[in-house]
Design a protein. Sequence first.
Lengths: 626, 343
Amino acid sequence: MDTIEKKAGRQIDVKHAENVVIRFSGDSGDGMQLTGTQFTDTSAFFGQDLSTFPEYPAEIRAPAGTVAGVSGFQVNFGSKEIYTPGDAYDVLVAMNSAGLKSDLHKVKKGGIILVNTAGFDKKNLNLAKYPEGADPLNDGTLDGFTVYKIDVTKLTKDALADTGLGMKEIERSKNMFVLGFLFWMFDKSMDYTIGFITEKFGKKKEIMDANIKALKAGYNYGDTTETFTTRWKVDAAKMAPGVYRQITGNHATAIGFIAAAEKAGLELFLGSYPITPASDILHELSKYRANGVKTFQAEDEIAGICSAIGASYAGALGITTSSGPGIALKGEAMGLAVITEIPLVVVNVQRGGPSTGLPTKTEQADLFQALYGRHGEAPMPVIAASSPADCFNAAYEASRIAVEHMTPVMLLTDGYIANGSEPWKFPSASDLKPIKSIFTTENNNPGGKFLPYKRDEKLVRPRVKPGTPGLEHRIGGLEKQDETGNVSYDSANHEKMVHLRQAKIDKIADSIPLAAVESGKEKAKVCVLGWGSTAGAIKTAVRELIADGHDVAHVHLRYLSPMPKNLETLLKGFDKIIVPEMNLGQLAMIIRGKFLVPAESYTKVQGLPFTVEELKTRILQTINSK
Amino acid sequence: MSADTTTAKLTAKDFASDQDVKWCPGCGDYAILAQVQRVFPEFDVKKENVVFVSGIGCSSRFTYYMNTYGMHSIHGRAAAIVSGIRATNPELDVWMISGDGDSLSIGGNHFIHLLRRNFNVKYLMFNNQIYGLTKGQYSPASEKGKTTKSTPYGSLDEPFNPAELALGAKGTFVARTLDRDAKHQQSILKRAHEHKGTAFVEIYQNCPVFNDGTFFIYTEKESKMEECLFVEHGKPMVFGANGDKGIKLDGLKPVVVDLAGGASVNDLWIHDETDRTKATLLAGLFDNPAMNPHNPRPFGVFYKENRATYEEDLINQINAVKAKKGPTPLDRILSGDKTWTIA
């Protein structure tokens, strides 16, 4: 439904779209993350639904101009519900040759490519490793696309010539020129970004003025240059009424813990060692000193978790955050938390592995590690977040389980949702489910010695704060005698304790929601079973297939241990089950082993999330197979 | 046991748990346990506020024998656990029990970082210069060339001098004592308890099974006074069976002088436990007693410095930020700075 806009004798084609995917690609120093975030926030404020996917190089300052140094930011915004950052780009903004080279293959046929021609000189082409003499802007490489060649660098210099700023500062404003141009192209207001610039550079007036000037120059360039004949119109989304904010997964995880600690009436302690892509949780929580949040940057991963165990032992809500390699180092300490039955949340923001692997890329290959990565029978509840905003709920729920069930809990997120963002209809503090934190002050064995391992009906042992008179007792990593907690090497007691610790975790299933279909109907022909960050892509794929008339359903797991009590019955109602995962089929193997159902595994381990198209194609194969 | 144990006058017995002590007969650990239980009633501290945390090794079983709060943790990590405890509740009187393997080998990293951060923790490192619980391998404190089960041809690595290491790691209290000298041990434990910060006490401890007698030259009366240099703040460094020897500083070099042979006590090195440089020289007196001649081995408080503890700084920082901007209400944290409304 395109319309025509007439302006001073110029005819502009206005395309109406349900959603648009834009990818900003440039050098680490080109300000692509900022440009993308500003575009995103402006869209959000207009009421569009959206999802973002920032992609950084693993090196902090990778050589300028190289493909390795490309920093990208992808946003999918629209008037419909958006659950993924999008498979392919409607618009690619390439600030240099490397940006074009790395991302051209993902631009939709007929899509728009906006290039900064200044980034396509001989030097930049060489750095991007284009063959000698290649000229991608003119040699047919871009045939079939709508190409806007703009010398952004020069236009920005011209616009800011009279500001008195040096070349370096002027060059730094070129991303604002591009942003201004995109605001024109997508019919968006510059107000939000002008407000942002004013706040950020308010103290450096000449920088503030230059950025606003560059932004407006970009907008006006689109508005007045006759070569640009297409604008896009995307309506606001029909989202549930309410107050929204934009949030990334790591930020949501951090404030999920603050909320949980406050609702439980506990002090929050984070022991952590910096690691990509988890460090932002540490950064975020370290801002809340005024709320009494204690963050402790430990000397290593082991000290991170051990300090958190110490903090929990002393009465706090102890948290430790890391990613796969760091989680491996924490394994022994998790075992200590399991046997001492101390509340603790261990966050694994998963990244590509093994070893250092792909630090800035995403993967779900730590599920087995989360479930089984400790020695001995050491069961821990494992829960996974499904989207950036859902990290809040998952962190809150992990804390609730840890505190109410006296156990360490593993929370799985991953690089994709940790760095990605989406609009969040945030709850009010009073809406949050209460968390019951109980410290025992009375002897549970009147006339005798306090029994630290005497359990309640949920098999949970009492929590005692050191400092409580009369209840002095010792805990530790050696096997505990039932009830007394004294060291015991008795073989029958050991078996009993192993069973008790497992039964305690299994019982948590009584307090978690039952599994349900997210889309489609129970007993559909095909069930797509997912967990974690694949939720958005699976939901989109399944809904599109249902709209096309297919009998397919989507079930998504938050609780990986213990699993919802009805999961087996629910799964056995489907003819076929397919399990897409960013690993080699870990959940699929568990589902087959636990429930003896012939689940098919669909895997992708490229450090990148599934695209909706990939999922649809593979799900259709299962639908159409005999 | 009842709540009023906190107010009544306590005795050593009150600090003994009901668990059978299971160290080998003759183990130096018994003596240390006895001294700790003996000095505790003298401290002005409520029993319920006392927490013992240990790592792994023979020494680390200590926790189970103290009738206080306690955690027997994992190998080398007690230093990190006590950091979290102190950061959370600075009211607790936290003691850490460790051995030479637990502290210097597997827990070496946590050891140095605890010392530099200066959490208020009493750190007792039982040094028997051997791995006992794993049945007799050499430790990072064993002398070079040590023949053990894992080094049948002799160990190749240079040992740590724990006191030197503690000073290098910015420890604010560094002392050494002996399992077989109850009086000295008690005095050092009291000094350690008075210290605000990480009080590192190395205790020479005999392992009768795997390293018997390794410290007898320092503990047995035939040689003790000739081999030990007991230092006290403000006092000249005198030693010898008849108090007839002393240590003089020749520039930065400690030299043994003969008081009977004409040297004057007035020329001796006066111990100043507040002087980090001299404490390092003192800790450096680490000669192998088999060498001839050799310097005596010092015992006592080598160094003591008043420096803010980590938890004090943490609480001060929290209070300062609170005073400046006040806590953010949870609803404000949930909403963030920028919101929009969908009608």
